[in-house]
Write a protein that binds this ligand. Sequence first.
Ligand code: SAJ
Length: 404
Amino acid sequence: MSKRPSVVMIGLGYIGLPTAALIAQNKTYVHGVDINPSVVETINQGKIHIVEPELDIAVAKAVKEGYLKAATTPVEANTYLIVVPTPFKAKNEPDISFVEAATRAVVPLLKKDDLYIIESTSPVGTTEKMMQLIYTERPELDGKINIAYCPERVLPGNVMYELVHNDRVIGGVNEKATEKAVAFYKQFIKGALHKTNARTAEMCKLVENASRDVQIAFANELSLICDKADINVWELIDLANKHPRVNILQPGCGVGGHCIAVDPYFIVAEYPMESKIIGTAREINNYKSFWCAEKVQTAKLEFELKHGRKPSIALMGLAFKPNIDDLRESPAKYIAQKVLQNANNEEYYIVEPNITDHKVFKLTPYKDAAKQADIIAFLVAHDEFKTLEIAEDKVVLDFCGVFK
Ligand code: SAJ
């Protein structure tokens, strides 16, 4: 790198790396930090370690032109962005230890007027906690660092577009910090920048995902009711949505991903008595995956009774949603594991067209699986599956509306 970086980005994952590439595209020097040396090496070669459309081109260009460099430790800059994961621990409590470790790594580098921003999804109060940590470690800087929270809201698969065009909510620990953070994002972002305080911005991120989780839970609950009532849930939702003020989402085999299946717990863990709908929605969406696994089990037994032989079973899709390769918190993966735990010498075909191989599952091409299996359970509505022609004699379990 020819110049001192202006921005240090801690965490080069699904959000950190695209954000670093976007900032670098604007000819700002970015020093990206990741604890994983192989990620650092990959990026410094101008390559990427995740699948996201257009990210490869942006990273290759930024690295080639010298605006993006990766390392395992931070260096001095003017702006520090914390974009590390916040998983949850036992009992669904949020784990902010990565945010804390990232903060501790930059504390010695901070100087008066620097900007420190957390983007990681965080429980309410995290930004204030990190402020206390910073000023406890560096009392001479008390009140002199601009500290803010600004969550991302991009949809995996469309990150490079949404990073630029989505609105952002920006909350500082005081007005000056908010203004400084807004000025920073204004350089790269075309969406509107909405100002608030840090606590509201933290809660806003959690509420956005909890809201979607609750809405999907409603659709999943309908799918359970309709199964008993012998009503096609897809047709039902389609018809109900003709009402001008009704917009029901789609049922599936559960809710996955690292955001919607996780973030609502950050609210429930902190406010258990007040967040009844949010907590119940999580339970419904988790139960839906269990229910799907049970349905496969029942179909197996029915087949055996009817045909006097064991069926072969295709499990179609492992990703957490259609047309991506991301298996994090995937309900389809959970169902596949559960079904295989109950295996009793049946033949299984596990399918995931978006990945080439998996360390646990032996993968079968989707057309072969659909041809060979007696029972075909659709766990993810990947586009490829919609083109399949399924023979009449197959038992089809369409949990996600592939053929709706
Ligand atoms: N799903 C359904 N039915 C639906 C829609 C989704 O079952 O009608 C399922 C999907 O199959 C998947 C899960 O929900 O398992 C989540 O998928 P998603 O597409 O709703 O969301 P994510 O997890 O890819 O991204 C979400 C987005 N948040 C909202 O839409 C409120 C995204 O904007 C956030 O940036 C992202 O979480 C995040 O990082 O927080």
